[in-house]
Design a protein around this ligand. Sequence first.
Ligand SMILES: Nc1ncnc2c1ncn2[C@@H]1O[C@H](COP(=O)(O)OP(=O)(O)OP(=O)(O)O)[C@@H](O)[C@H]1O
Length: 234
Amino acid sequence: MSALLNLKNVHAYYGAAHILHGLNLHVNAGERVALIGRNGVGKTTVVNTILGLASLKAGHIHLDKHEIIKPRPYMAAQHGIVVVPQGRCIIANLTVEENLLLGAAVGRKGPWSVPEIYKLFPILQERAHTPGTALSGGQQQMLAVGRALMANPSLILLDEPTEGLAPVIVDQLADIFNRVADEGTALLLIEQNMSLVARVAHRYLAMAKGSVVAQGVVSNSPEGLKDLESHVMV
Ligand SMILES: Nc1ncnc2c1ncn2[C@@H]1O[C@H](COP(=O)(O)OP(=O)(O)OP(=O)(O)O)[C@@H](O)[C@H]1O
């Protein structure tokens, strides 16, 4: 099977700071993969390298079979890979609906449209004409996920989507991620909440010091959770 996303021996930098050290990672169609690791190991830098926001100095990045020599922010979406960024990046002076429509700008055909997003997140319909940043944190995260779906992606990269959210919202988001994955969209979930990882992901990759140092199958058993926790504990 060919991967939707494939990083081979990637070295990436911010200026002179060498952050990713020979990182290997792939996500196949329909897979649910978690990328875990302690703060500062380089998880967000993986996303930033794919988007061209950290500089790729060696190695190879393939997006849906196409090698990307010089990554740029718009390229991933053109290949069906969309990012839900850490901090959500909701545009303050656009309404909820306008934020959603931004996600469709890439023009990919597929099942997701504004009415479908409103079925998934009824609260977004209720607040359709409210400025995006007037929503609560949980609602803004729903908007960020909805905006990503509007691009009709084959893979969504979720960077710490539940950071700072109440447990009840985390539960709702876990259900949504599972529904989206059940419909065939692959997920790469960067997350610090291992019980969420265990509920959503089937495979995990653990990072330390800028590379993947362990990987395995996710198990929701107490032993499985302990194994996951061992990769994020300080
Ligand atoms: N723009 C930047 N310029 C220079 N160094 C940076 C920049 N962004 C991040 N770093 C550094 O790169 C390293 C990896 O950061 P990164 O954000 O990728 O880690 P992370 O695993 O996502 O951590 P967290 O869970 O805290 O988000 C850290 O040492 C961080 O301080």
